[in-house]
Structures are given as structure tokens and as C-alpha cells.
Ligand binder design. Structure first.
Ligand code: NAP
Length: 286
């Protein structure tokens, strides 16, 4: 099978290349050769490449930058996704597009809580709103596309929260304060690659699909577990969101329920198990 990966040089794209290469021919579609904002050239190249499947990872992913560069965020995440969907339509390729937990408000009606595919997105950030607009564009142009929402991502080489904390944990210094009132599903790019491999084997599956690890935790819990796995001794203390103000408001709870995958009999691993495997992997970059 021939698979084209937009944003193929990014953190997720690099893992997808590595994980999917043995059974497939891979086309890496990233800047500068491939630009999802150049609609005509992108469609022409996609038709010429003739992929069976396009995995759309390219995006503006820096959440805080999106707040100050709203136009650029919508250009890449909405218009760029529209261009990719149009190219897939013209080339007759199946589209698997990557989206995010940030489409949800992060304000759960009650606790414990996890957002299901049926819950209505109410993004509170420019990043979330632009990614949701991209989802809608894709659905309008290609109703058979699969839109895979993932979250709290880390993968070989980073950059990610896990890489940042591993670096800080190895340094001497005062106790590290880590936010303990935001909940989500830490997820490795390897787990996402496995979900995508499953979706490739199921061309009948379309629409919104949540694809994060099982179980939820806070950033503090994630750091404590990372330090335990890596044998890092620096002290970690829990703190509140208010102690770490950011330009883009972070969701209080953006954990995702995997209703669609579970209905199909597919279960993602627990975040603790995926993190253990990542820490043990030789190319983690930790
Ligand atoms: N990282 C997370 O925590 C997270 C969480 C939930 C969902 N997601 C989603 O997962 C997907 C992959 O994320 P990631 O962390 O792997 O992102 P990433 O590392 O930022 O990779 C995105 C890639 O897209 C490229 N790109 C940017 N503009 C482009 C354009 N106009 N045409 C073609 N390529 C372009 C980037 O190139 P440059 O580097 O040169 O700009 C980069 O190589 C994204 O859709 C993101 O929204 C990520």
C-alpha cells in the first residue's frame, strides 16, 4: 500500500514513517517540497504520487502561538486541511486526519469524566477552534474520511512535555512544581501509529475516532511516573493551573473516551504501559 504523510517530518510523522515502512511505500509530504497551503500544487503532486491512504499530520501545533497568530492558525489548520481533503478527493485516496482533545472545552459536566466522540466540541483556544474548523472542512468534503483525535503526545526526539520534564529532572535544583488540576490521556506516537495501522486495515471505518491511551492522569502524575521509570531523584510537588498562567487556557479535563475503537474491539494500552515502553526504547531521545 502507498501511504502519503503530510507533516511527515514532524514528531508523529517520523514515528509513522518508521512504524509503517515495513509493509508500505511511504511518501513524506512536508515543507519545503510539499506545502498544504499551495492547494493546486499539493493536489497535482498528490495525484502524481497516487497514494492509497493519506495521513494528515501537518498543522500549526504550538498552542500558545496560535493565540497570537490567529490568522495563521486558521490558515494552516482549517484551510490547509481543506486543501488536503480536496487533494484526496481528486486523487481518490482515503484520508485519515489527525485532530486533538483541544476541540473540547475541558470543562466537564461532572467528574470523573471523559469526552466521547458524540460530545459536542466547544473549543476555548484558537488552536482548538482552528483544528475543529479543519475537522468540519474535511467532513464536508470527504464524509468517508477518518478523523483521529489524539492528546498529550510524546514521541521519539520530541519536543514534548515528557522530554522537557526528563531534562529538568536530570538537573539539580529546587523541587519542580507541576500542574495537578488538569487531566488528560498521555499518549505515545507509537500507540497512535498502532491505531492508524488498525484504521488502515478497516477501510469501512469513518468519522470521528478517539485514539488516546487508556486511563487518565494529571501532568503531576505523569511527571512522577516518568521520574520513577527513569530513576530521577529530583523532587516534584503538585501545583495549580493559576500558578502557571499560559496565553492559551488549558483544558481542566480533556480525557477522551474511546467509544468507537472499543466498539470495534480495539483497546489502546494504559498510559503507564506506553510510557514504560517509551522510556525503554533506544530512540526516545530522553
Ligand atoms: N503534539 C501534541 O501534543 C498533539 C496533541 C494532539 C493532537 N496533535 C496533532 O497531531 C498532529 C501531529 O502533531 P506533531 O506533534 O507531530 O506536530 P509537529 O511536530 O509540529 O509536526 C507538524 C509538521 O507539519 C509541518 N508543516 C507545517 N506547515 C506545513 C505546511 N504548510 N505544509 C506541509 N507541512 C507543514 C511542520 O513543518 P515545520 O516544522 O517546518 O513547521 C512539521 O513537520 C497535528 O495535527 C496536531 O494537531 C498533536
Amino acid at each position: 500500500m502507498k501511504i502519503l504523510i503530510t507533516g511527515g517530518k514532524g514528531m508523529l510523522g517520523r514515528t509513522l514513517q518508521k512504524e509503517l515502512i515495513c509493509d508500505n511505500e511511504i511518501v513524506v509530504a512536508d515543507l519545503p517540497e510539499w506545502d498544504i497551503l499551495d492547494a493546486d500544487a499539493f493536489t497535482e503532486k498528490t495525484i502524481a504520487a497516487a497514494p492509497d491512504v493519506v495521513i494528515h499530520c501537518a498543522a500549526m501545533t504550538k498552542v500558545d502561538d496560535c493565540e497570537t497568530k490567529r490568522d495563521l492558525a486558521f490558515k494552516l489548520n482549517e484551510e490547509g486541511s481543506r486543501n488536503v481533503a480536496l487533494a484526496c478527493k481528486a486523487a481518490g485516496a482515503r484520508l485519515i486526519a489527525i485532530s486533538t482533545d483541544y476541540v473540547f472545552s475541558g470543562e466537564p459536566p461532572r467528574e470523573p469524566w471523559a469526552w466521547s466522540e458524540q460530545d459536542i466540541p466547544r473549543p476555548r483556544t484558537v488552536y482548538g477552534a482552528s483544528k475543529f474548523a479543519g475537522e468540519q472542512m474535511i467532513h464536508m468534503i470527504l464524509p468517508d474520511a477518518a478523523i483521529l483525535r489524539i492528546a498529550w503526545l510524546y514521541g521519539a526526539g520530541g519536543p514534548s512535555f515528557v522530554h522537557t520534564m526528563a531534562k529538568l529532572g536530570a538537573q539539580e535544583g529546587p523541587a519542580l512544581k507541576v500542574v495537578n488540576d488538569q487531566r488528560g490521556n498521555p499518549t505515545s506516537t507509537k500507540v497512535v501509529a498502532d491505531v492508524i495501522r488498525f484504521l488502515i486495515s478497516r477501510p469501512d471505518v469513518s468519522g470521528i475516532i478517539h485514539g488516546t491511551c487508556e486511563d487518565q492522569c494529571t501532568w503531576y502524575d505523569l511527571t512522577v511516573e516518568l521520574f520513577r521509570l527513569m530513576g530521577l531523584k529530583r523532587e516534584v510537588v503538585p501545583c495549580t493551573t493559576e500558578e502557571f498562567p499560559r496565553p492559551a487556557p488549558r483544558p481542566r479535563n480533556s480525557a477522551l473516551k474511546k467509544s468507537v475503537l472499543n466498539l470495534l474491539g480495539y483497546r489502546t494500552p494504559r498510559w503507564q504501559d506506553a510510557l514504560r515502553d517509551f522510556v525503554a526504547s533506544p530512540d526516545s531521545g530522553l
